[in-house]
Ligand binder design. Structure first.
Ligand SMILES: [Zn+2]
Length: 659
């Protein structure tokens, strides 16, 4: 008498991907309910079990489904939206503004369902995600019948799903409570990265993860810049920093870890953290090469991930596993590095262990969930087959198989794809919706790209709006007479500053767009030492708004914002037609004259070497006010002995650029 099971796989070439890399040919596997009951040589299994359903695998490969250890699945909807950009420009210039506008619950659900279709088709049975509205990811994933570790994002600034991080934490708690015991979904918490969170967020998310015993998913040491900034700000690299915040006490899944040293690798290993290596994303964004062989050598659980489909641009784990092997070889200058079998272990069992769910999935071992796939090794691109060594098969899968060679996928004991027919997702319907949305996003970006102002606003952050100034600028011979004249008793000095300014003006082909000025101010103390620096971005109006007696101008500054990013970032994001650099040493006074406040700037323009300029200016709100202030400006020029000077009606930039 044989024991009846739900599904009996016969005539298969089984790669268990267990610790011993056991293979069975011909092999058989018995599935009862959601789990694997038995696996072994066909003869033995057939003697003991019969199946309600018997599947003749016809010699195909039967192996555990692939584990995508790091992704952002809803971003299938943003695939191909902006490419060939640096990470910060890509993220802050495109992804975040579009997400702020479009990433709704519906967006997340739709993007996830599409991702599930793509993942199932390519033999992935489990993925590890991080996004906004993660509960919608969880719902769509469960509906598609896939296994997911679904991490609710937490950032220090407002996100599409939370006004503040406190809100996000509250939502994450509720979400984890609701999904904690789901058969397919492992809810998790995902502080986005050290540079987008705070020490408090890292501590609180780790506490929440520990409270519910769920994983914590985070991007760590993705770029050299991130590590450089961390060293500059905190005096240590990224892994010690997160350790200091208690983060490593949680079950961490660290995405990337491209720029970590031997000590940091040991720290991660000691903490039992899992790592996701994301070769396509690291290559495409030129983030660098993760020291994968070193991580594996110390016994770290390193899985492989695709990262989000907007930075890859697909979710194809076959490609990813292959790249992981290739890159390791190229990096170590050693073709024996990361052999095919080990790369495939990373794509399956080690990936599951990195996600802290190795007890559930990742290998075809009795007791594990029945998450498995069938691969056809007979297509022309993968013929013939050699069987003299066990490694022949791993090489075939890793170096020659394509995701489209996957014919059948079972997750948690249930079929989700049979003979390449998806059973849980309606692709056609979803793709039509995605195309519709793509048209809307396209027109949003087209409109935005037409205006420097809207591109500036799209970056977010606090900014002051439109302001008007009455101003005059006079070329003078020397600074000292002006400094002396400022001591006159009619003039009340409120404060005095000294700084060196570096201005870079971006010019655009369409002058009506105005000019963008990136300014770095280095504050200089009495001893001539720089005490601190700040950078600001100002969009200047194209034209003067009005002119008064003696060439006093009414000018318009349209937007002023702290420049949180580098000059290089703004250059790549705004793509100016040309640039002009100006350096000057500035003495600045805020003075009161006849009950009105004025700024007096005494500039020594050193680059280009233009010499001294005196500038007197005041904010204004109406034409009448401007008229009155223009009068006072002229009086001040006389008091300072500069009324006879050469009035510069255009500012430096116009002189310099000849415009
Ligand atoms: Zn990522």
């Amino acid at each position: 008498m044989t024991q009846q099971v739900d599904t009996l796989f016969l005539n298969a070439h089984i790669l268990t991907m267990d610790e011993d890399l056991t293979q069975y040919l011909p092999g058989a596997l018995a599935v009862a309910g959601d789990s694997i009951l038995a696996v072994g040589p066909e003869g033995e299994i057939k003697k003991e079990y019969s199946g309600r359903e018997t599947m003749d695998c016809k010699g195909r490969i039967l192996m555990p489904g692939l584990v995508n250890a790091h992704t952002h699945v809803p971003m299938t909807l943003l695939r191909g939206i902006a490419d060939d950009l640096r990470l910060d420009v890509w993220l802050q210039g495109y992804m975040w503004p579009v997400e702020r506008e479009f990433a709704t619950r519906e967006f997340v659900g739709l993007g996830t369902s599409i991702a599930c279709a793509e993942l199932i088709r390519s033999g992935v049975t489990t993925f590890n995600d991080m996004y906004f509205y993660e509960e919608e990811v969880a719902k769509a994933t469960a509906q598609a019948g896939m296994r997911g570790v679904c991490g609710q994002s937490i950032l220090k600034f407002p996100t599409p799903d939370a006004k503040s991080y406190e809100d996000a934490m509250e939502q994450a708690r509720g979400y984890i409570q609701r999904w904690k015991d789901h058969p397919l979904i492992v809810p998790s918490i995902a502080p986005h990265a050290p540079y987008t969170t705070t020490p408090d967020i890292l501590r609180e998310t780790a506490d929440l993860a520990k409270e519910f015993d769920v994983p914590l998913h985070i991007h760590l040491s993705e770029t050299a810049l991130e590590v450089e900034n961390m060293r500059h700000d905190e005096g240590m690299p990224v892994i010690p920093y997160v350790k200091k915040q208690g983060l490593l006490e949680a079950k961490v899944i660290a995405a990337h870890c491209v720029h970590i040293d031997a000590g940091e690798i040991r720290t991660l290993h000691h903490a039992g953290a899992g790592v996701s290596h994301n070769p396509s994303s690291n290559l495409k964004l030129a983030s660098g090469f993760a020291p994968v062989t070193k991580m594996l050598a110390v016994g770290l659980n390193v899985g492989i991930g695709t990262d989000g489909p907007a930075s890859n641009n697909d979710l194809d784990m076959f490609e990813e596993v292959r790249l992981a092997a290739f890159i390791a070889k190229a990096m170590t200058n050693d073709p024996t590095s990361l052999p095919a079998s080990q790369a495939l272990v990373m794509g399956t069992r080690l990936g599951a262990q990195a996600l802290h769910i190795g007890h559930l999935t990742g290998s075809l071992t009795p007791g594990r969930r029945a998450d498995l796939i069938l691969i056809d090794l007979t297509p022309v691109h993968n013929s013939p087959s050699f069987r003299r060594s066990a490694d022949n098969t791993y090489a075939q899968i890793v170096y020659a198989s394509k995701s489209t060679d996957v014919s059948n996928v079972m997750i948690n004991g249930k079929w989700v794809m049979r003979d390449r027919q998806l059973l849980t997702v309606n692709e056609e319907e979803l793709l039509a919706q995605a195309a519709d949305l793509a048209r809307k996003i396209d027109s949003f970006l087209v409109e935005r790209e037409q205006s420097i102002l809207s591109k500036l606003i799209a970056l977010g952050g606090s900014m002051e709006e439109e302001s008007f100034e009455v101003q005059v600028k006079v070329r003078i011979e020397a600074a000292d007479p002006i400094v002396d004249a400022l001591m006159r008793e009619e003039i009340d000095i409120l404060y005095e500053r000294h700084y060196r300014q570096h201005d870079v003006y971006f010019h655009f082909d369409d002058p009506s767009q105005g000019r963008l000025r990136y300014r770095e101010d280095d504050f200089v103390d009495d001893k001539g030492e720089v005490t601190y620096a700040r950078a600001r971005l100002t969009l200047l109006g194209a034209l003067r708004e009005g002119e008064f007696e003696h060439d006093v101008l009414l000018s318009r500054s349209r937007f002023l914002a702290p420049a949180a990013n580098s000059l290089r970032f703004y250059r790549e994001y705004f793509k100016p037609a040309s640039e002009v650099n100006i350096e000057k040493d500035r003495l600045r006074w805020l003075i009161k004259y006849k009950d009105t406040e004025f700024y007096v700037n005494l500039d020594n323009v050193t680059t280009p070497p233009l010499g001294y300029f005196l500038e007197v200016k005041s904010r204004t709100w109406s034409r009448k006010d401007a008229q009155d202030k223009a009068q006072l400006v002229n009086e001040l020029l006389a008091l300072l002995g500069a009324e006879g000077g050469d009035v510069v009606t255009k500012d430096y930039i116009e002189i310099v650029s000849g415009q």
